[in-house]
Design a protein around this ligand. Structure first.
Ligand code: MTE
Ligand code: MO
Length: 308
């Protein structure tokens, strides 16, 4: 979809998303002023810049919304932009279960009520060796987990995406074992860099990017950042995850970005920035995608070539 500057998502998106926009704004009045296409995102609205945001220039809205992986809508990079308009995202609820004090079905509006929404401009590195910089809007996953009350025995968090083949044509095939599943260790889930994102560029999350709520874990390969979440379960055992189940040799549970550990079929030492142009060189991939100062301590004592 080509976006003209000044055209807002609300002008071009169907009503269900528009209603989510109202929910998004209910949690953060100031965010509505963010201009679509602004290169420095929320910084231009006068909001304090998050110390967790990168200074790197964000990719354009068009790049972020037309080059996607979301197998529920097809395998090609353009399929999600073409097919995800079919998805109904209102009403939406997330089942929070397992080792929590307050399990139950949480309405998206309840989740957003009082959630400290922020802009987080994060580097994003897909395991396929392309990368982007994305100005997400979201809040720390820790906020929601604390709301549900994590019990002492919990060690992992398991996430699942919606299963609705009538609206997700990719689910009419067996390209993956649905639902898409992901998981984090509890300390990774509670880390302040780990967010649940409900929007980008100051607007509600486009369907192809995982509306209405998706995980973003910026120091891990992109497939860990599961989209369109309907289930969050606290467990005491390491959960099964989609790409690890698909091919454990190629995709580990941790999947921390690591230029020194090659994928069996390609090097992870460098990456191609989407939109940089055909004459741009590849960039060196950074350990933990550049977030090592914040997260390296989580993995102290681990052999990252073994626990990849
Ligand atoms: N449910 C679901 N989540 C998913 C995927 C998917 O196919 N299904 N693809 C993953 C992969 S491989 C990547 S790189 C990112 C892409 O996110 P983006 O399209 O918002 O850039 O989403 C991740 N989350
Ligand atoms: Mo990916």
């Amino acid at each position: 979809m080509e976006m003209t500057l000044g055209l807002k998502w609300s002008d071009v998106t169907p009503k269900p998303q528009w209603m989510n926009r109202r929910q998004l704004m209910a949690g953060a009045g100031a965010l509505m002023a963010a201009p679509v296409g602004a290169q420095s995102g929320m910084a231009q609205t006068g909001l304090a810049k998050s110390p967790y945001s990168t200074d790197a220039a964000p990719n354009t809205l068009s790049e972020i919304t037309t080059y996607n992986n979301f197998y529920e809508f097809g395998l090609d990079k353009g399929d999600p932009a073409r097919n995800a308009r079919l998805l109904t995202t209102d009403p939406w609820a997330v089942e929070i279960s397992g080792l929590v004090d307050r399990p139950g079905s949480y309405d998206l509006a309840d989740i957003l009520q009082g959630a400290p929404l922020e802009e987080r401009i994060y580097r994003f590195r897909c395991v396929e060796a392309w990368s982007m910089v994305i100005p997400w809007v979201g809040f720390e996953l820790a906020h929601l987990l604390n709301k549900a009350g994590v019990q002492p025995g919990a060690k992992y968090v398991a996430f699942e995406t919606l299963v609705r083949p009538e609206e997700m044509p990719g689910q009419q095939t067996r390209s993956l074992d649905w639902p898409y599943r992901e998981g984090l260790r509890l300390d990774e889930a509670m880390h302040p860099l780990t967010i649940l994102a409900t929007g980008l560029y100051g607007e509600p999350m486009p369907n192809q990017n995982g509306a209405p709520i998706r995980l973003v874990v910026p120091w891990k390969y992109g497939f860990k950042s599961i989209k369109s979440i309907v289930s969050i379960r606290l467990t005491d055992t390491q959960p099964q995850t989609t790409w690890n189940m698909q091919n454990a040799r190629e995709y580990g549970f941790y999947s921390n970005v690591n230029p020194e550990v090659s994928h069996p079929r390609w090097s992870q030492a460098s990456e191609r920035r989407v939109g940089a142009g055909i004459f741009a060189g590849r960039e060196d991939t950074l350990m933990f995608n550049g977030y090592g100062d914040q997260v390296a301590s989580l993995y102290a004592g681990m052999d990252l070539s073994k626990d990849f």
